[in-house]
Ligand binder design. Sequence first.
Ligand code: FAD
Length: 397
Amino acid sequence: MMAAGRAGERGFRVLLLEKNDKLGIKLLITGHGRCNITNKIDSPREMAEKFGKNGKFLISAFSRFGVRDLIGFFESRGVKTKVEKNNRVITESDMARDVLNALIDYMEKNRVEVKLNAEVRTIDRSGGRIEKIVLATGEEVLADRFIICTGGKSYPATGSTGDGFEWAKALGHTVIRPEPSLTPVILKDAFVKELEGLSLRDIRIAAYKDGKKFDSGTGDALFTAKGMSGPLIINMSKGVRKELPGDIMLKIDLVPELDFTEVDARLRKDFQEGPNRQIKNCLDMLLPQKLVPVITKIAGIDPEKKANSVTKEERKRLVSLIKEFGVHVTGLYGFEKAVITAGGIELSEVDSKTMRSKLVENLYFAGEVLNLDGPTGGYNLQVCWSTGYCAGEAGSA
Ligand SMILES: Cc1cc2nc3c(=O)[nH]c(=O)nc-3n(C[C@H](O)[C@H](O)[C@H](O)COP(=O)(O)OP(=O)(O)OC[C@H]3O[C@@H](n4cnc5c(N)ncnc54)[C@H](O)[C@@H]3O)c2cc1C
């Protein structure tokens, strides 16, 4: 939509083909329906670094149409934004719908023709150029230039089924194997069911394989029916995927602001303040209520026990569970729950200024179809806005 709108603005006659019966189905579910449009990092280079070694491909696109341009683009179309934790830029209205409407408006103002229920089946090449594309209905579409923006393979129910990868391969492009990335984790611990729905804010998680630490991070997470999700887990899933299969344990520090001694002192104080209270009613001063029965059970302590009769040994067990609450990873979700697809069109075969294919002269790529995947936090949509804008304005009208 950004590519089509910008191409229209540049004076091109544009046709957008979408196989769904609506535009932006995935966009509407981004940021839990609030759309985290970008991350407030002003420097294109710093933003690009979030994408690992492939990030340098993005410096030019981020410089051409970066975070500030994007925020200006939406604000000038009436979509106010706010900055939340970790510099996430979100719609002020908490509605992704406003972002979609602004894009539709942008396209309408620039006379983009939108054809829904239009599934592209094949792209026919003749010599070094694309000659035409053929829709599922058999209808043929001729054009001077073509931009492939079919996304990845994540959440295929939204329409992102990886079709662009197949066309690109048939056109001679290298496609780095698409893999699900940024997914929730599946845990084997039976107590997970009891914790479903519990959100943990500002916790620290360290990830271990066979007892050896390989990653750690701080942020928010939550328990689901079968495991854990939330930004911290989703971002750490990338490292976990590399280590699987294997014996992977996550140690959750529930109160990272206090060290072991401080947690011990805090428990001692809480237990003394309410000597006649039961331990379960003292622990919930430090921990979320839902965790108390689980932690006391693992510690082998009766939650109804009087706080003043807790032994030093028992308190020690509680401290280590609070600082290193262990959960065991059995696996990760696949494309059906992946926020992003890693892999995609090999970047060395695409011009980083114009997004033009180096192999097919009238072909361009934009968005998640490219071999780029960043962490959660608005980075992945910024790739779409920036590369879409550049692809849309490439060429002369
Ligand atoms: C649950 C979820 C939450 C997310 N939240 C955020 C967030 O808050 N911030 C962020 O930065 N990123 C977020 N992302 C990632 C972000 O949504 C994607 O990176 C982005 O949508 C990719 O945009 P795209 O235009 O490249 O592809 P897509 O959004 O996947 O769009 C591709 C379009 O192409 C169409 N299409 C595919 N094949 C064909 C065909 N053969 N013919 C015609 N049309 C076709 C599809 O129907 C689809 O509409 C989230 C992803 C998910 C799954």
